[in-house]
Design a protein around this ligand. Structure first.
Ligand code: CU
Length: 202
């Protein structure tokens, strides 16, 4: 007389089961909790020690009249105090105005952007600056440029046919090479040469 093969385990007599939770399921639960903790830690570190910030909606404007209203009627760079700059940038189909911002190394630059037409993006390469630009709203982010170099900015929200032509550059120059007023094209020759030599961006 042969014994019949045991049927499917009911779980209660399986030594691998604790409180009726399958070991595989328990490990997946542990992994899920570990991931939640890791994500929360990432956000905390990025926000509090690395300075990542959500761009603030600084205010509202009327997109139909914004280009006739100060300060948007004369966009560009303003020096607030030594080493502290503000830039007003208009993102429109399909260009940025202005296309170039020049600040001395170590400057804190606060960028305000708005759009008179459709939604755009404003992202500065190698920085934390990445903003949505929504018609009727002013987006604002600050960044301290601690390295000399060219930091291209682009539109990173598809806005139509000429989207790829929407770019510009933050030029971070040595403190000694800053041209007076930043709207003066007669920058020192060495700075010009340096800038031109590295004009190709890829
Ligand atoms: Cu675009």
């Amino acid at each position: 007389m042969t014994e019949t093969a045991p049927g499917p385990s009911t779980g209660s007599d399986d030594p691998n089961l604790t409180m009726g939770i399958d070991p595989y399921e328990r490990n997946w639960m542990r992994l899920s909790i570990a991931l939640l903790v890791a994500f929360a830690a990432t956000i905390t570190v990025a926000g509090f020690s690395m300075g990542f910030a959500v761009p603030g909606a600084d205010g509202e404007v009327d997109p139909r009249t914004v280009l006739e209203t100060e300060p948007w009627s004369s966009p560009g760079l303003r020096e607030i105090s030594p080493g502290v700059y503000e830039a007003y940038v208009v993102a429109q189909t399909w260009s940025f105005n202005p296309r170039e911002l020049e600040v001395p190394v170590g400057s804190e630059l606060t960028i305000y952007v708005t759009s008179p037409d459709v939604q755009h993006g404003f992202s500065v390469r190698d920085t934390n600056v990445n903003m949505q630009v929504v018609p009727g709203q002013v987006s604002k982010l600050s960044y301290t440029f601690d390295e000399v170099g060219e930091f291209p900015y682009i539109c990173n929200e598809y806005c139509g046919q000429g989207h790829a032509a929407m770019y510009g550059v933050v030029n971070v120059v040595p403190a000694s090479a800053v041209s007076a007023g930043n709207d003066n094209d007669n920058a020192s020759d060495s700075a010009e040469a340096q800038g031109d030599a590295d004009g190709q961006v890829d």
